[in-house]
Ligand binder design. Structure first.
Ligand code: SAM
Length: 282
């Protein structure tokens, strides 16, 4: 791979999905793309780039994005945040809202995140019948069609099941089917999936009470992070919450949120009033 081809590919990827590759990820690019090149009968990255630039092969473009995105996830990832959801966020929202709650899982990968949110809600409702809103809609989106397909199927293999589920949750929320496990209807019914590139306009999703955007923005440039966070803030209802990954922070990227610290972790709440210049009369 020449450095010209590498740079060309980097530029394509950032333009297509926001993901920024460092200066020396040649190995990553070739290991992730070589099966795809072989399958498409393309001799090198240069030919792939030519095909991508022509722009007519949407499937090829999707497959390249699929190959280059990191879809690492697990059930109840950063578990304490889900406790916070049950003890603070959902009960608080239930008090202040009369309509159904809307939650967005942005960059949902293979579905563990939105399904975990739905399971946490289910547990909360069982513990507090009639006190918290059971009527919650969870919209889960990702740029990658292949992870969405897996997410929508609701079927997971033993390796996926081994990551993050207690035995109680496994038996309560899943049904075993020939060596695999299927998420039960009571969990699935609140979750809908759709393809969405965060670099593009997402206003049409409507307003949300709670947005999870975890372990997605880390791959993007600072300016793209700022842009996406501004647009995320504009979709939150008053006092709505944003949850980032446990290793992520909003520092320098957005001042639209108040940071709330709990023993279980950090969440961000949309500021009540935009910062206003105070006029002092002397
Ligand atoms: C590491 S996974 C995180 C999954 C989950 N949120 C979690 O924390 O476990 C990141 C996901 O972001 C998605 N992604 C990457 N770029 C994206 C973009 N531009 N728009 C939407 N999703 C994107 C990837 O396809 C991948 O599934």
């Amino acid at each position: 791979m020449t450095s010209e081809d590498y740079d060309g590919f980097r530029a394509f990827l950032e333009e297509a999905c926001g993901i920024m590759l460092g200066d020396n990820k040649h190995y990553l690019v070739s290991s992730r793309l070589s099966p795809l090149l072989a399958e498409a009968g393309l001799p090198s990255l240069r030919e792939l780039l030519v095909r991508l630039k022509i722009g007519t092969d949407v499937r090829l473009r999707d497959r390249v994005i699929d190959a280059m995105t990191t879809n690492e996830t697990s059930w109840f990832r950063d578990g304490t945040v889900f406790e916070l959801l049950k003890t603070v966020i959902l009960p608080g929202l239930a008090k202040s809202r009369s309509a159904r709650l809307r939650v967005w899982s942005a960059g949902c990968s293979t579905g563990q995140e939105p399904y975990s949110i739905s399971m946490a809600l289910h547990e909360l409702v069982l513990l507090n019948p009639g006190k918290v809103a059971a009527d919650v809609q969870i919209v889960a989106t990702d740029i990658s069609p292949s992870v969405l397909k897996q997410a929508e199927s609701g079927i997971y293999d033993a390796a996926a099941m081994a990551r993050g589920l207690t035995p109680e949750r496994r038996s309560r929320f899943f049904t075993a089917r020939g060596g695999q496990w299927e998420v039960n209807r009571e969990v699935r019914q609140r979750v809908s999936f759709r393809e969405l590139n965060l670099c593009q306009n997402f206003q049409a999703l409507g307003k949300f009470d709670l947005i999870f955007c975890r372990n997605v923005l880390i791959y993007f440039s600072s300016s793209l992070k700022r842009d996406i966070l501004t647009r995320i803030a504009s979709l939150l209802l008053p006092d709505g919450y944003l949850i980032l990954g446990s290793a992520e922070s909003l520092a320098n990227y957005s001042d639209a949120f108040d940071m709330l610290r709990f023993p279980e972790g950090i969440v961000y709440r949309l500021k009540r009033h935009p910062a206003r210049v105070q006029h002092h009369h002397v």
